[in-house]
Each structure stands twice: as structure tokens, then as C-alpha cells.
Design a protein around this ligand. Structure first.
Ligand code: MN
Length: 423
């Protein structure tokens, strides 16, 4: 067991048992305040620990790290230090927060400077995203979409069980939780319309996804084996891959998603390390037929992470509309990364690889409005009595996720975004 994951650990900071951020989590993020420039922080209970200040007080002097990497507007330079270093930093932060350690809590001046209320900081994009790939790895989602748009008898295309299908998305429009998302304009054409038109999407949707962030680069020409992939992954975030279904339907043949997806994707601000998620490893679904050798991997490589989606109308209550789980993924992230790099395309630090919409087998576990309302044929009724087939202006979509084992909850916080009317 990793030392920082020990379920018996307790902190001198009081932490609610329902908090996403107990001492066993310690996710990394980037924050700023009115007086502090963007820098690296760690979430602990309702607080943020300022690693930049801890570096100034020589709290990392036993680790071979230049502490100025904490004084940066993105995590990339910290991540680039390598897995032994980011693991050592997490262990050190864990030590400093333990109830038998007084290096911070016995030093009022340091404590005042390094511990901030989470409600008083602004979270920023955790990484500078170089490249963004969106996979399509949930068999339930791919089956639902294939059933709706093509043929229920042959819902999965012949390649689906052989290739972790994906496409290259836009890195430039990935935004952090809390950033409003403008309803996009685009070209659409309904089957009964004679010609296409340009205007606001009428079928705005969310996609419930989890994304992994790479922490090690490859040289151009190199590829990664599935059993090595773990060493290349820094951590995970929740990911809302906003989608415009009417634009998508008209544009996607033959080259796949384009402007229906690239207007925005939203991410949760705290990167939960793969180390912290180790207790939640489970076996994935049986893969039949067996994948080709470059994708084969035995063992537990899926993660049991509960996922929830809420829709909140303006000034209204949160409505739980979906409950899913990251463990449903047919293709796991190790296979996705092995596939992504199998042609020699180089991997960079801070790349994001999203899972694809994560749907379960039950209706209440579908990860998009497209599936929840079955292409708009069955409206959802919210607690205020209003109906939703797709998202309305001023709706806020909130996604939350956490794993729970041995009474310890390792959570992601949330990713939320409010829909603004089209321009
Ligand atoms: Mn997607």
C-alpha cells in the first residue's frame, strides 16, 4: 500500500467524513486569490494548502525538486519532475498534515500563509493542455447511439470491439469548472428541411466523462505498451464534453465530430492522482473477442468511481438526472494510451484523454441527454415541473464523482458550467 493511502491516517485539520478531500486524497490544482498569483495547491477538507509557500519555508528540502515549480500558472512543470518526485511530494504533504506532525500547525505564521479556505480561492485550469483526444469507450453508450442512429441489430460498427475508437478534439476550448458555456451557432439540416441553415444549436447536450492527464512524454516514433501506461498517467479529472447534437448529425459523416464538440469542454479543477485512486481498481468488462496483442492487458485496470450528473435551472434546485460509474468502461485508459501511441505519435505532458460518454446499462445511468431522453422522444421532468429534452439557456450542468472504500471517500469535487444564450 502507498504510504499516503493508509486508511488509518488522520489530519490535524477537521474533515467531514463526506468530504471529497480527506488526507488520503491530496489532489493537485492551480489557484489564485486577490493577493496570490496563480500557483500549485493541494485540496484538504474545506481548505487549500499553498505549496508555493511551503516551498519558501523549505518544507520540501529533502526532495530533489526546485520549489519554484509550485509558483507557476499550470501543473505542467511540476508534473514534468516525474513520478518519483510527485509521489514524494504527495507523501510529504501527507506527513505535514498528519495529526502527529506540528511543522505547520505548530507555526502560526506559516499556517496563516499556507492554509486558505477553499471558498476564498479561485480555481484555474490545472494544466496547459497540449493535445486533447476524446475516446468512445463505453459499450453501453456506443450501443445506445448506434441503436438510435443506425441499426438496433448492428448497433456497434465492426471495428468497435477491436479499436478504442477516438478523435482529436480542440485543446484550446477546454475550460475550468465554473466557466459559463455559450450555446454555439452552427450549421444544421433536419431531414425534412430542403437546405442547411446557420444558427444556434437546438439540441445542446452534456457528456459525462472522465479524462486522464499524461505526466511523461514519449519521443516521436515511440509507443507505449499497455502494461507501461500507468507510468505515463499523472491523474484524472471529471470532464463534461458539451455537444451540439443537431450540428453533429449534419457534419459528422465521413470524418467524425468537429464543430459540434469543439466549442467547449469543461473540467474539474483538482487532479486526483492515479496513486490516490489505487484502492478503487477493479476488473473491467470481459473483452470478447480478445484484443490484438498490443492492446492486451491482464489484471485490474478499471476504477470504481461513482459519477453523478445534475441539472440546475436558474434559481432552481439541483436535479439528479444520471448516476453512472467509471468502472463500466469497455476499453480502459491503459489500452487507450497504448492505442493512441501505437503509431508513434508522441505523448506530451499535460495532454488530456477523455473516456467518451460513460453510460451504464440502466436508463438512469446514461451519460448524455441524447440517451436519457432517447433522442428527445422522452422528456425529463424536473422538480419545478419543467421538461427537458435537451439543455435550456441558463441551465447549469454539474457533475460529481468519488470512490468509496474502507470508509474513505476519494472525490473529485465537481465540474459545473452554466449555459449562456447564443450570440
Ligand atoms: Mn465525448
Amino acid at each position: 500500500m502507498l504510504r499516503a493511502n493508509d486508511p488509518t491516517l488522520h489530519s490535524w485539520i477537521e474533515i467531514s467524513p463526506t468530504s471529497d478531500f480527506p488526507i488520503q486524497n491530496l489532489p493537485f490544482g492551480i489557484f489564485q486569490t486577490h493577493t496570490k498569483t496563480p500557483r500549485v495547491g493541494v485540496a484538504i477538507g474545506d481548505y487549500v494548502l499553498d505549496l508555493c509557500v511551503l516551498g519558501q519555508y523549505n518544507m520540501f528540502e529533502l526532495i530533489d525538486i526546485d520549489p519554484t515549480v509550485f509558483n507557476r500558472p499550470f501543473l505542467n512543470d511540476f508534473i514534468a519532475q516525474g513520478k518519483p518526485i510527485w509521489r514524494a511530494v504527495r507523501n510529504r504533504v501527507s506527513d505535514l498534515l498528519r495529526n502527529n506532525n506540528d511543522e505547520i500547525c505548530g507555526n502560526p505564521e506559516l499556517m496563516e500563509k499556507c492554509l486558505l479556505k477553499m471558498s476564498e480561492v479561485q480555481m484555474l485550469m490545472p494544466v496547459k493542455v497540449g493535445n486533447y483526444t476524446d475516446f468512445y469507450s463505453s459499450i453501453e453508450h456506443a450501443t445506445n447511439v448506434g441503436t438510435m442512429f443506425r441499426d438496433p441489430k448492428n448497433a456497434l460498427l465492426p471495428n468497435w470491439k477491436h479499436i478504442p475508437i477516438g478523435y482529436h478534439g480542440r485543446a484550446s476550448s477546454i475550460v475550468v469548472s465554473g466557466t459559463p458555456v455559450r450555446r454555439p451557432n452552427g450549421q444544421t439540416k433536419a431531414p425534412d428541411e430542403p437546405a442547411p441553415a446557420f444558427g444556434p444549436t437546438r439540441l445542446l447536450d452534456f457528456e459525462l466523462e472522465v479524462a486522464f492527464i499524461t505526466g511523461r512524454e514519449t519521443n516521436h516514433g515511440e509507443s507505449i505498451l499497455p502494461e507501461e501506461a500507468e507510468d505515463y498517467i499523472f491523474g484524472l479529472v471529471l470532464f463534461n464534453d458539451w455537444s451540439a447534437r443537431d450540428i453533429q448529425t449534419w457534419e459528422y459523416v465521413p470524418l467524425g465530430p468537429f464543430l459540434a464538440k469543439s466549442f467547449a469542454s469543461s473540467v474539474s479543477p483538482w487532479v486526483v492522482t492515479l496513486d490516490a485512486l489505487k484502492p478503487f481498481r477493479v476488473k473491467g468488462p470481459e473483452q470478447d473477442p480478445k484484443p490484438l496483442p498490443y492492446l492486451q492487458l491482464a489484471g485490474e485496470h478499471n476504477y470504481d468511481i461513482h459519477l453523478e450528473v445534475f441539472i440546475q435551472p436558474e434559481d432552481g434546485a439541483e436535479n439528479l438526472v444520471s448516476r453512472s460509474n467509471y468502472k463500466y468502461m469497455y476499453w480502459n485508459m491503459h489500452q487507450q494510451l497504448a492505442h493512441q501511441s501505437s503509431n508513434g505519435c508522441n505523448i506530451q505532458i499535460g495532454d488530456m484523454y477523455a473516456s467518451g460518454t460513460i453510460s451504464g446499462s440502466e436508463k438512469g445511468s446514461y451519460g448524455s441527454m441524447l440517451e436519457l431522453t432517447w433522442r428527445g422522444t422522452q422528456a425529463l421532468v424536473l422538480s419545478d415541473g419543467t421538461e427537458r429534452k435537451f439543455l435550456h439557456d441558463a441551465d447549469t450542468v454539474i457533475m460529481r464523482g468519488y470512490g468509496e472504500r474502507n470508509g474513505i471517500r476519494i472525490g473529485f469535487g465537481e465540474v459545473s458550467g452554466k449555459v449562456l444564450p447564443a450570440l
